[in-house]
Design a binder for this molecule. Sequence first.
Ligand code: SF4
Ligand code: SF4
Length: 285
Amino acid sequence: MKQLLILSGKGGTGKTTIASSFIELSKARAFADCDVEAPNLHLLKHEGTKISKPYFGMKKAIIDQEKCIQCGLCKESCNFNSISFDGTYTIDEFGCEGCSVCEFVCPVNAIKMVDNENGEMTVYKGNSVFSTAELKMGSGNSGKLVIAVKNQLEENLTNQELTIIDGSPGIGCPVIASLSGVDMVLIVAEPSLSGISDMERIIKTARIFQVKIAVCVNKFDTNIALTRKIENYILPLDIDYVGKIPYDKLVTEFTNRGKMFVDEDLEVSKAVKSIYKQTIKILNS
Ligand code: SF4
Ligand code: SF4
């Protein structure tokens, strides 16, 4: 089984549109959305029975006020400044990182770590398997949930040949979690100064994982000069440049209607198909 991960340095580059197009073109029967902070692949692609369950990631500390003798040791010891005093010692549930130090230092066992529902995991099972999840707002540790999404996909697989993963935007912990175990990453770059900087940072991160790397440029005609800059940056590197996609407002119109544009007779569809063919060729080489 080969795993293809699609990444972009930030949201809004068309990463999910390309991922859903690749799923459509390949008829892949295994795919996942690892953008757990703002999942949206399910709006475009899913079928089968939906099975959801709560996700408990990180425990949180709570104080039993009956037992607390107000010594203040927990507040002094919390490196995340998540404990405040306003007549009583209280823990900020959004600031608590679940490190357990306060539980350890409390002299009267007034603090305990409790399970905390950080989000929801969902798998759609039918002719295909689609794994996704959504992190609750303010819950940290999205990298752990990304791993859980990938594990959930694997647990439900039956011999699929290709897995397509829509990765998290950015370059942080969830991206690193998305990268682990994949065979190839396709980076969707956009021709803007921040887009180029994001692309360079993702390339550096992906190289650490020693996976095959390819780059495509989306909405290339919105800035031809910066598209050339991306192409010139990639040229001397051992990275495949698989093509560029023009901007077409019809893509958004199709997407908003939950429809795929890739089968339409459009320049943008031809460009995505060509990028798909090259990417799969590299993945299987
Ligand atoms: S568990 Fe750690 S982060 Fe949370 S309140 Fe206690 S010391 Fe602070
Ligand atoms: S360490 Fe324990 S007893 Fe001391 S203030 Fe914190 S909760 Fe209360």
